[in-house]
Ligand binder design. Structure first.
Ligand SMILES: Nc1ncnc2c1ncn2[C@@H]1O[C@H](COP(=O)(O)OP(=O)(O)OP(=O)(O)O)[C@@H](O)[C@H]1O
Ligand SMILES: [Mg+2]
Length: 233
């Protein structure tokens, strides 16, 4: 592996959920490295911990044990505020359900991460318009999420994830809620982005076509990532 291009490294990640119910030890020593421009797929059965892992890799949640580095930054050493700011600037998220803000238009949803990062408004607007055009939504910019189709909502979510030019996108079954035509559209959009912006993508998916083109496919099983079942790199 060429360490010069390593973007994200996680080592010995453990995570348990404890509450009123029986504790669940979900992650039991996960190691992963993602290079620039990699397309990393994570597969595994329902409840195996895929979403938990993705949230931890992206700094949305913290592990009980283990380290996550993004370039030179150690996410575990950041306080909540720095971590939120870091995430907003460097990591794009796309979830199974779009999580768009219902009271805002497509354009406003897309430029929100830019506003949060306190970037100048003209620049934010231009980038948001560009991204909506790129995602085929030029004529839907002023629509609210409820006035968009499921596929369109998900493409807005992708445009939003790209707002601050992240080097990595974390996508949690982004096509899980779409029909075949919209799945194809979304996947080819993600692949285009990867080429154009040289973005790395970590994707939780059941889509076998992704597995065929991914740099690496990991299988999350018994709390660990198993040796790649398939690797193109
Ligand atoms: N907040 C929580 N509190 C307690 N247990 C949780 C919590 N979140 C997840 N779990 C448990 O942790 C395990 C892993 O959940 P996770 O959502 O990461 O699985 P997943 O692989 O993404 O599943 P799916 O394919 O169904 O989305 C599950 O058994 C789940 O019940
Ligand atoms: Mg999940």
């Amino acid at each position: 592996m060429n360490t010069a291009t390593t973007l994200l490294t996680a080592e010995n990640i453990h995570k348990s959920y404890t509450g009123k119910a029986e504790p669940v030890h979900v992650l039991k020593g996960v190691d992963i490295a993602v290079n620039r421009h990699d397309l990393t797929a994570i597969v595994g059965s329902s409840g195996s911990g895929k979403s938990t892992l993705l949230h931890i890799l992206g700094g949305l949640d913290r592990p009980d044990k283990g380290t996550i580095r993004f370039r030179d930054a150690d996410l575990s050493r950041m306080n909540d505020e720095s971590l939120a700011d870091f995430r907003n600037r460097n990591i794009g998220f796309v979830f199974q359900f779009h999580h768009l803000l219902p009271e805002f238009t497509a354009l406003e949803n897309v430029f929100m991460p830019g506003l949060i990062a306190a970037r100048p408004m003209p620049e934010i607007r231009q980038r948001a318009e560009y991204l909506l055009e790129e995602t085929g939504l030029k004529n839907r910019m002023d629509h609210r999420p409820s006035e968009l189709s499921g596929g369109e909502q998900q493409r807005v979510a992708v445009a939003r994830a790209l707002m601050n030019g992240p080097e990595i996108i974390m996508a949690d079954e982004p096509t899980g809620n779409l029909d075949e035509a919209n799945t194809d559209k979304l996947l080819s959009l993600l692949m285009d982005i990867r080429e154009k912006e040289q973005t790395a993508i970590v994707l939780i998916t059941h889509d076998t076509r992704i597995a065929a083109i991914a740099s690496t496919v990991y299988h999350l099983h018994h709390g660990r990532l198993e040796a790649p079942a398939h690797s193109n790199s």
